[in-house]
Design a protein around this ligand. Structure first.
Ligand SMILES: [Zn+2]
Length: 125
């Protein structure tokens, strides 16, 4: 199963809540990227806000950074789902985008995956 299929599956399983995670792999100098592993991030937000908001646990992120240290893997980017919403970055998403990292957004509805789009430096890729 490809990483895109895996995050699509996770988005469907999390529905109607948002899912989020880290893409691990390698960045090529030409701007291309390769994802070899994914790590789901637990959402710190419980209850009502879960469907529309995501807050990653900084400790978990730190643990993943420690884990990949010296492994040759790097954080290529992040993915998250938009339950019942288009695969376009929200204002909050754009504000949080780190230059050079890939952001994959999965649009998911009750019927399944509607769209998957990747963005880098605020541009579709
Ligand atoms: Zn978003």
């Amino acid at each position: 199963m490809s990483w895109r299929q895996r995050i699509a599956e996770e988005a469907q399983q999390s529905y109607p809540h948002e899912c989020c995670g880290i893409l691990l792999g390698k960045n090529a100098p030409d701007g291309k990227f390769e994802v070899t592993e994914i790590r789901a991030l637990p959402n710190r937000i419980q209850g009502e806000g879960r469907g529309t908001h995501f807050e990653a646990d900084p400790l978990f992120l730190y643990q993943v950074e420690r884990e990949i240290e010296g492994s040759g893997l790097e954080i290529v980017g992040f993915y998250h789902s938009h339950p019942d919403y288009e695969a376009i970055p929200s204002r909050e998403d754009v504000e949080n985008m780190v230059p050079g990292l890939v952001y994959v957004i999965i649009s998911v509805t009750r019927e399944g995956i509607a769209d998957i789009r990747s963005y880098k430096n605020d541009i579709k890729c």
